[in-house]
Design a binder for this molecule. Structure first.
Ligand SMILES: Nc1ncnc2c1ncn2[C@@H]1O[C@H](COP(=O)(O)OP(=O)(O)OP(=O)(O)O)[C@@H](O)[C@H]1O
Ligand SMILES: [Mg+2]
Length: 264
């Protein structure tokens, strides 16, 4: 078996374990384990408040983990020093839900795309414009978007820029938290198709979080279903789609309750 790119074992995240709200009874993430193979997409699905974003934040080390282990590309991720982490984080591209919040309104698209490239030490300023244009074109936008600003774009175009920025440093892993939820339905499908193509042509590994199983089903190889901070069930997308063990999973597919489903 190939070595996983990302492995999470028994991860626990508990907010407010220090300070005023000390002693919160239930962790937001409660002993989650999952594994993502290189070149594959893992969909993490669950209702609102099930702990999906907390899991991502803990993996990105934006919030501390109480216990557990994260291994990314062979590195003991939670043990990295802040300095090692700054370097290693460049291997993860992050796409957030709302591109208008995640992209600076004051910067041009060229500046937004140049920022991560400039941040990487040793990268020459020469060729920045070409690299930015190349990233945009990979994300389906022409180079004449470079002088524009995010607020002048449609939601779908802005999300493509956010994805282009996340790809700027050729990450090993792309992490997406509800990347289509803020978009119109028709645009959602375009972005999902684009991500599917990206995966097929570049072999990118993705961790894709959403509350809508239908959204991730056609792009994910494996699915992890979360409820109350725990993994309720996981398996290949085909397995979970054909035979979900829980009605909860069934409902996330938007199928309705099983009893009603069989009655139709
Ligand atoms: N910064 C925080 N401080 C305290 N509690 C938090 C914080 N962020 C999230 N929580 C709590 O942790 C639990 C999990 O929240 P989380 O945001 O991870 O869920 P989610 O699955 O991403 O939900 P959604 O689909 O609505 O984005 C919830 O009970 C939430 O109230
Ligand atoms: Mg969330």
């Amino acid at each position: 078996m190939t070595k996983p790119l990302l492995e999470v074992r028994d991860l626990v995240v508990r907010y407010g374990s220090r300070g005023l709200f000390r002693g919160q009874p239930r962790p937001a993430v409660s002993g989650v384990s999952l594994s993502l193979a290189p070149g594959q997409t893992l969909g993490v699905v669950g209702e609102s408040g099930s702990g999906k974003s907390s899991l991502l934040r803990a993996i990105l080390r934006l919030v501390p983990s109480e216990s557990g282990k994260v291994v990314l590309d062979g590195q003991d991720w939670l043990a990295l020093s802040p300095r090692e982490l700054r370097r290693a984080r460049q291997d993860i591209g992050v796409v957030a839900q709302n591109p208008f919040l995640s992209l600076s309104p004051r910067m041009t698209i060229a500046e937004i795309l140049a920022e991560p490239l400039l941040a990487r030490q040793g990268l020459a300023r020469r060729g920045l414009q070409d690299r930015a244009a190349e990233l945009l074109s990979r994300c389906g936008l022409p180079a004449d978007f470079l002088p524009r600003r995010a607020r002048e774009l449609s939601g779908g175009q802005a999300q493509r820029v956010a994805i282009a920025r996340a790809l700027a440093l050729d990450p090993k892993l792309l992490v997406l938290d509800e990347p289509t939820s803020a978009l119109d339905i028709s645009v959602q499908a375009q972005i999902l198709n684009f991500l599917s193509d990206l995966k097929a042509e570049s072999g990118l590994s993705m961790l894709f979080v959403t509350h809508n199983l239908k959204v991730v089903a056609h792009i994910s190889d494996h699915l992890v279903v979360m409820r109350n901070g725990e993994v309720l069930e996981q398996g290949t997308t085909a397995e979970l789609m054909s035979a979900p063990r829980h009605d909860y999973t069934h409902r996330l597919f938007g199928f309705g309750m099983r009893a009603r489903q069989t009655a139709v």
